[in-house]
Design a protein around this ligand. Sequence first.
Ligand code: SAH
Ligand code: SF4
Ligand code: F3S
Length: 473
Amino acid sequence: MNRPRKVHVKSFGCQMNVYDSHRMADTLAPDGYVETAHPAEADLVILNTCHIREKAVDKVYSEIGRIREMKDAAALEGRQMLIAVAGCVAQAEGQEIIRRTDSVDLVVGSQNYHRLPGLLARARDGEKIVDTEFPLEDKFDALAQPSQQTIRRRGVASFVTVQEGCDKFCTFCVVPYTRGAEMSRPVAKIVADVEKLADSGVREISLIGQNVNAYHGLDANGAPVTLGQLVRRLAEVPGIARLRYMTSHPRDMLSGMCDDLIAAHGDLAELMPYVHLPVQSGSDRILAAMNRKHTRREYLEAIARLRAARPDLAFTSDFIVGFPGETEADFRDTLTLAEEVNFAMAYTFMYSTRPGTPAATLEDQVPDAEKSERLQRLQAVITRQWQAFNRSFVGQTMELLLEKPGKLSGQLVGRSPYLQSVHVMADPSLIGSIVNVRITDVGSNTLFGVMESDSAAPSPRPEKVREASPAGA
Ligand code: SAH
Ligand code: SF4
Ligand code: F3S
């Protein structure tokens, strides 16, 4: 029998890419590909790329250089290694990637992954292939064909795409160009995926989409369903204990189509009290120049309405500093907005010029030194807020979904309702269970706790905790 082919998929960028990477591996499984964590031994390396900021693109090209050395070493052993570039850089740069580096065999856009087996067969024969057309058929339909490997479980918490693409055209952003027009999956397909995952032991589902709260998929009668109605439907699936969704747009939150989503936060225990609501800036002038289609006051109103439905809701956000024309006064509006909301966590980015987007040609680009200084000031505020948020749980009891073994023997890692990772001493048979844990201590990016039933045995801290700030750019 032939040796199984090995595929290594590396994801850059957002959760959508993580999800797509899993789907690519699932699509290749019937073709005899098994996944490997080691690129050097792979017959196929897929880089699932991100185009959002210049740095993200640089990372991809330096990774291609690294994999190229492995490909050359494999060739010396008489072994063929194919390199495929997928995702948003593939979509944006297409043929240019193969022109820039001849070690890449295949460039495949984010809507064409279901065609991978056929494309790879051609690439194995030595053809260089670029397939970045947006599809005529529905990508979601293609991935759901019974002939393809359908969704497979990878742990007790899972992503499910419900919506993809974006029609908002924020002036700084490449996503509408790399992911195409907004599109929602039909309800029945999402329910089928969630039921399958639940049957295999998944307890928590994160519904993902670039504009997830603009979801308007169709039900069996062809009627549009909102995200609020969808989460209520999914909460009924036996085994599903927790639901999350990301990323939401503030304007959709206020549009009326999210009234039932906001209400669901008040009365659906399965819906976790943690909402990612990117704001980008606290200045109305900059929000308008960004084409965000909402004001500072409207953003705060969305937060207030969600908090009214569920007072213990925590918010996370994305910020861009140094957008063209941003003055010190505009930036101070961003700082005061952050103070006003008090975020549990936020991602902060320096504005990065993206060729082809409207903001790229604006005058008044902010010098790098100023961007960097503002980034540090904003990060200081956000870091103080997330540290205080985490510390506020010491001595409190939280529900933890136990996900996997920790670094120490006898230790498990779980997630709180607020997505904090929590280390606790517990029996491995409890993975997949939701348990009550009393929080005893806070590390740099994890909490420590004890099971409520055996509070006598506190969880020792691992010697070294990874030092990483979630507020990093
Ligand atoms: N709605 C999307 C946002 C994707 S981009 C979602 O589903 O997540 C994620 C974040 O990257 C944005 O919220 C924004 O803060 C940041 N970003 C996008 N384009 C950027 C640019 N040109 N420069 C700096 N940051 C950017
Ligand atoms: Fe980009 Fe704006 Fe669309 Fe988010 S809403 S993906 S930031 S264009
Ligand atoms: Fe990056 Fe594409 Fe996601 S540009 S953030 S991988 S949608």
